[in-house]
Write a protein that binds this ligand. Sequence first.
Ligand code: GAR
Length: 187
Amino acid sequence: MKKIVLFASGSGSNVENIVNYFKKNETVEIIKVYTNNPKAYVIERCGKLGLPCSIFSRKEFVENLAVLDELKTLKPDLIVLAGFLWLIPKAYVEAFPKQIINIHPALLPKYGGKGMYGSHVHKAVVANNEVESGITIHYVNDKYDEGQVIKQVKCSITREDCADDVAEKVHQLEYSHFPATINEILN
Ligand code: GAR
């Protein structure tokens, strides 16, 4: 059995989609969700999905590395960042080489880096009159959005699209491609 741990900071619609995708899979198990945000809707989703969800502080994540210690005990095959907004400290990357992946809601290296998340990305894409955007699934290193790219998928943007329209198109790409890519990585 391959074990996956998910990290999320917000709504968690990707978390729910990934959990549903693997529900009937007998070789892959989502064992736990972690969040840094005590107000994140993902906590409620986990309750409904019957999935353990742990809330951690910056101190536990970055200073005393309690989260890392727990991960070392859990021994996940893959750590998936699904809308997680904190930088991953180097100690995690070193402990789980090529075992941490992230999804970014744009075509990196464009629209990446600190502060570039969620609606900020889509607003910038529209402001720059881009004709396409998309998703990037990549390995995580200790810099924002700079790890090796695993997969990119594009969508087109029309002149009429506002940031919310782009967000919707990008979310649909995430739902279609993220779980399947996770499955490919594990196999
Ligand atoms: C997703 O679009 C994901 O790509 C993005 O946050 C959203 C989370 O949505 N991640 C980033 O911006 C990371 N820099 P969700 O909470 O509904 O899954």
